[in-house]
Design a protein around this ligand. Structure first.
Ligand code: ZN
Length: 324
């Protein structure tokens, strides 16, 4: 299916995480842990604004390619607007025989869904979270990951992790070149204005570039994706890709320690904020695997303010209403 033979460097292995902006932390954990059945793998704060949570969801360990994260800024946040220059849909992977299960489940919790439709040979359920964030469940028989289920969701119906990220762009060529020439992506399929790229053709790595030149520019705010992070195996490979990007005229930041991974950030030519994040050390670096997400974890610089922060942040924990 691949039509272009680029040399792959192994510096990028797929998606690492997607970070979005939300309003209510309580509703956020209810939706992503409670309804979608993801594991809350870390409850920490925004390292640049510690009076706001940074919530991480994923599979059991929060493996790269499964991690959805949120900054819930509270009910007064200005809503964002979808459009070009933005990741407009985050796609999760489900088994092929789980479509009717999820249609029923989302309906039961009052989530408005579009009628499932076929796209590039796979069934897609499209919906939005309570802030309007675009989400999709893509049914595929090509996903070997075991998945994770919280509450009453049968494991054989559960979300496996990401399928991919749909990015709305003005001119796909620019982002396409960046991803295929320097970030190990290659064209897998195309249909009308959708260009599906992947590193190795497996769910968890896809980027769908959708050319929407007439679309309005996106506006960041509640219910929009803040950035998309790509996975790199090690600190050394991160420095290598950083060097490579700089040589091509991109402006990646210095390496920033995010406690659970190390990050560089840069804006791609259509305006979407990209990050490259290391796979290690992962979420068990400061919490035992069985306790992931249960304690408020603070980076060292904020430990001194723990009591104050605990007074500001609304208490949250995964709901038990999922027993249905
Ligand atoms: Zn990030």
């Amino acid at each position: 299916m691949s039509t272009n033979a680029t040399t792959q460097t192994g510096l990028i292995t797929g998606l690492h995480h997607v970070t979005a902006i939300s309003s209510s932390a309580a509703k956020n954990v209810e939706f992503y842990a409670g309804i979608l059945g993801l594991r809350m793998v870390k409850k920490t704060v925004n390292f640049d604004a510690p009076d706001v949570y940074h919530l991480y969801y994923g599979d059991e360990l929060g493996n790269p390619g499964s991690i959805m994260t949120f900054f819930p800024f509270g009910q007064n946040i200005r809503s964002g607007r979808g459009g070009k220059g933005q990741s407009t849909y985050t796609q999760f992977s489900i088994p092929v025989d789980a479509v009717s299960y999820w249609v029923d489940r989302l309906g039961k919790f009052g989530v408005a869904i579009e009628k499932p439709f076929e796209r590039l040979g796979e069934t897609v359920i499209q919906f939005r979270d309570f802030d309007g964030l675009g989400l999709e469940l893509v049914a595929t028989d090509r996903d070997d990951r075991p998945g994770f289920s919280y509450g009453d969701i049968p494991l054989d119906k559960s979300i496996r992790g990401f399928f991919g990220s749909t990015m709305s762009v003005g001119k796909h060529e620019f982002t396409y070149d960046l991803l295929t020439k320097y970030m190990d992506y290659r064209l897998e399929e195309e249909s009308e204005n959708r260009y599906r790229l992947s590193v190795d053709g497996t769910p968890g790595t896809y980027v769908d570039l959708v050319d929407d030149p007439k679309e309005e520019h996106a506006r960041e705010g509640g219910g929009t994706v803040h950035h998309v992070a790509f996975a790199t195996p090690t600190d050394a490979s991160q420095l290598e890709i950083r060097e490579l990007l700089m040589k091509q005229g991109f402006h990646p930041t210095q390496v920033i320690d995010r406690q659970y991974f190390h990050s560089i950030y840069f804006r791609e030519p259509n305006g979407i904020l990209f990050e490259v994040a290391t796979n290690p050390p992962g979420f068990s670096v400061d919490e035992a695997v069985e306790e992931l997400g249960t304690n408020l974890k603070l980076p060292a610089q904020y430990e001194a303010y723990r009591e104050k922060l605990e007074g500001i942040l609304e208490p949250i924990s995964p709901p038990d209403f999922v027993k249905a």
